[in-house]
Design a protein around this ligand. Sequence first.
Ligand code: BTN
Length: 258
Amino acid sequence: MTTGAVVDRPHLPPAYRLVALDRVDSSNDQAKRLAEAGAEDGTLVWVREQLKGRGRRGRSWASPPGNLYLSLVLRPECTAAEAAQLGFVAALGIGDGVGSVAPPLVEVRYKWPNDVLFNGRKGAGILLESRMSPAGGLEWLVLGLGVNVASFPEDADLAATSLRFEGAPQDVDEVDLLEAFARHFLTWVNRWREDGFEPIRETWLHHAQGLGEPIEVHLPGETLSGRFRDLDESGVLLLEQADGQVRSIAAGDVYFGA
Ligand code: BTN
């Protein structure tokens, strides 16, 4: 007879269908394969380690065991442009999730478009991938996120960090973060479904890094300078340039202190 504690982790709200794997190429690739095969909205692929973790713009995402890697299959009834707002929804899910497991000495800030900073350094990133239906609607969206819990890459483009390095308790692990994210994301995505983007936008802006400050935005083949003025009603960054003109930027890399 065996005795001992029943292992009941992770414990997720019933809205999710968990697919847990030890190792995979990329959880986003796995989630996309499942989405193509008809996986339901709420299918959550959680992996302990990725062999080919991917970031935005073709970058790689270091994925050793100990950090959180997950990809969520979503089938929202909305346009592709509206679905991009789910990156901001996910950022709030990460921010609130971190707030619930780490002490207040980890300050969370959001960096446009889809990064989360812990005490000013990148601690989490989000990668959205989608497929449109032949009729032009959204077939599925895969929302992938990586959170540095135990370790971070020393050689990243943007200075990186992890929850543990920033002083989170040693016993906080990636499963705690997974559970916390799943709960908070659900709250925020339901808010988004009911009330639209505005409450998401307001909360994100309240904790945004660099709002009102000089920034540089790197676009393919072009670098723009100005002040980070605002987000528009769909999540596009508004950059006020030196001549007073405001430029709308839908995608790019932001650098602070320009
Ligand atoms: C970025 O900041 O460039 C986005 C990083 C996204 C990384 C996550 S880890 C889980 C999921 N699977 C991947 O291959 N990428 C995303």
